[in-house]
Ligand binder design. Structure first.
Ligand SMILES: [Zn+2]
Length: 141
C-alpha cells in the first residue's frame, strides 16, 4: 500500500491533527490483518493540519464511534482506485461501551458487567450524559 493512494479500502480523512492514535485504538484497528497507514500532520487548507488513516480493505467501521469522537471526520470508501462513497458523520444518539462513566456511585461502577451507555443530551454542544446517573463521560485519553 502506498501512502498517497489505495486501490481498495477506506480513507478516514479530516481527523484533527494528533487524534489519529485515539481513533486507531477506539476502532480496534490493531486487530486488523490488512494494512493500516496513519499519516500525521498533513497540510490541509481547511484545517491547517490534519491526520489521515488509510485501511487497505473495506471493513465495517463503527461510524458511531467515529461520530462520537469527532463528527467532522469524513470516511471515504475506495474501490478500483476511485472514491465510490463519502460518508458524513454525525453525533450518534447514544454510544455503548465507547465512553466510561467515572462516577463512583454510578450503577456501572458497582455492576461491572453492565454496559456503559451515554445518550446525547445536547446536540448543539455535543454533550453526552450517562443514562443511569446523568454524569458526563470521562473521555479516555
Ligand atoms: Zn453513570
Amino acid at each position: 500500500m502506498t501512502v498517497d493512494s489505495i486501490e481498495k479500502g477506506i480513507v478516514i480523512d479530516h481527523i484533527k491533527a494528533g487524534k489519529s492514535m485515539e481513533i486507531y485504538q477506539a476502532l480496534n484497528l490493531d486487530e486488523l490483518d490488512c494494512s493500516v497507514a496513519i499519516i500525521k500532520n498533513v497540510k490541509s487548507n481547511k484545517m491547517g493540519f490534519k491526520d489521515i488513516i488509510k485501511i487497505s480493505d473495506t471493513i465495517d467501521l463503527n461510524l458511531d464511534v467515529l461520530g462520537y469522537i469527532d463528527p467532522n471526520i469524513t470516511v471515504n470508501i475506495i474501490e478500483d482506485g476511485r472514491r465510490i462513497e463519502k460518508k458524513r458523520l454525525e453525533l450518534p444518539e447514544k454510544v455503548v461501551n465507547v465512553a466510561h462513566c467515572k462516577n463512583p456511585r454510578c450503577i456501572t461502577s458497582i455492576e461491572q458487567e453492565l454496559d456503559h451507555v451515554f445518550r446525547l443530551a445536547d446536540r448543539e454542544r455535543g454533550i453526552y450524559r450517562c443514562i443511569y446517573c446523568d454524569q458526563k463521560p470521562g473521555k479516555e485519553q
